[in-house]
Design a protein around this ligand. Structure first.
Ligand SMILES: Nc1ncnc2c1ncn2[C@@H]1O[C@H](COP(=O)(O)OP(=O)(O)OP(=O)(O)O)[C@@H](O)[C@H]1O
Ligand SMILES: [Mg+2]
Length: 271
């Protein structure tokens, strides 16, 4: 039988506090992010330790604060499985034990949905860690962490894992600090200021003058600019007749900036 680490004191919302018994508070196995479990009704409620502290009243007490994560439930005749969220909260006084390797295997079992492996668990390197690709990409997500904590490496790893598993996927990375160019090798088509090719119709008149009118005196440049303006207007006129107008009557679709290639690079999964 699992050794009792302590007993539930309070349960509020998604957290519970546990009064530790014995010397467990000094053991590495009860550090932050370690997992504990409590039997509740016909299931095991699993929680991760988020804080450990000592309260000194008449007798010093070591207290764990744990975030309730989910439940290990049996599905009829089928195997035990883990599901997120708690439906049966533990009661005060219930014994708390550490999660076993078998529990971790159930909790971090490879999901049945589309997934990629991105590494192993921080607190148990023998357990693989997966992300659900569709769930991840279906909505917005952010990678957060302090400076130097590994955000860029995590993003590279995540994208590489997704591309390895989905060879036909296409990813556009907007990379203003040029830190991902080397991360993807031949899988990436890198577009930067040296190789970016823009069609002339993308530029407005002032930009076209800046690029094409060169040399000569100020008067000569002014004359060239007038000729250029006339030439651009004539060149664009037939295009504007063919294409539907945008909101700005002065601009047809030919002027629309597709800009997505600007300052970005494009990853091919089959590269
Ligand atoms: N899982 C990891 N284990 C060990 N070292 C790592 C891990 N992930 C990243 N590193 C190392 O940590 C350092 C910082 O990584 P990274 O550049 O990804 O951090 P960052 O959070 O993006 O930093 P910044 O906030 O400066 O952008 C690098 O030297 C990297 O090799
Ligand atoms: Mg970074």
């Amino acid at each position: 039988m699992d050794e009792i680490l302590g007993r539930v004191m309070t349960v509020a919302g998604s957290q519970m506090t546990v009064n530790l018994e014995g010397d467990y508070g000094h053991q590495g196995s009860l550090g932050i992010v370690a997992m504990i479990k409590v039997h509740s009704a016909d299931r095991e409620v699993v929680a991760t330790i988020s804080a450990v502290h000592c309260e000194s009243n008449s007798l010093p007490e070591r207290i764990l604060i744990a975030d309730l994560l989910g439940e290990i439930v049996s599905s009829g005749e089928g195997p035990l499985r883990f599901r997120r969220g708690v439906t049966h909260h533990p009661i005060s006084g219930a014994p708390v034990v550490g999660a076993t390797d078998a529990d971790l295997t159930i909790i971090f079992a490879p999901p049945s949905h589309s997934n990629v492996r991105i590494g192993t668990l921080y607190h148990d390197a023998s357990q693989p860690a997966f992300v659900l690709v569709n769930e991840l990409l279906r909505s917005h997500f952010t990678v957060l962490g302090t400076t130097g904590s590994g955000k860029s490496c995590a993003v590279s790893l995540l994208l590489s894992a997704i591309l390895a598993d989905h060879p036909m996927a296409h990813v556009i990375v907007i990379d203003p600090h040029n830190e991902y160019t080397r991360a993807f090798g031949k899988a990436a088509e890198v577009i930067n200021v040296d190789n970016l090719q823009l069609p002339f119709w993308l530029f407005d008149f002032e930009e076209a003058v800046g690029i094409l009118v060169r040399g000569g005196t100020a008067q000569e440049q002014e004359a060239q600019a007038i000729i250029l303006k006339d030439a651009i207007t004539r060149a664009r006129r037939p295009l504007r007749r063919r294409e539907p107008r945008c909101g700005n009557p002065e601009r047809g679709y030919a002027d629309t900036v597709s800009g997505i290639r600007s300052g970005s690079f494009h990853l091919r999964g089959d590269g």
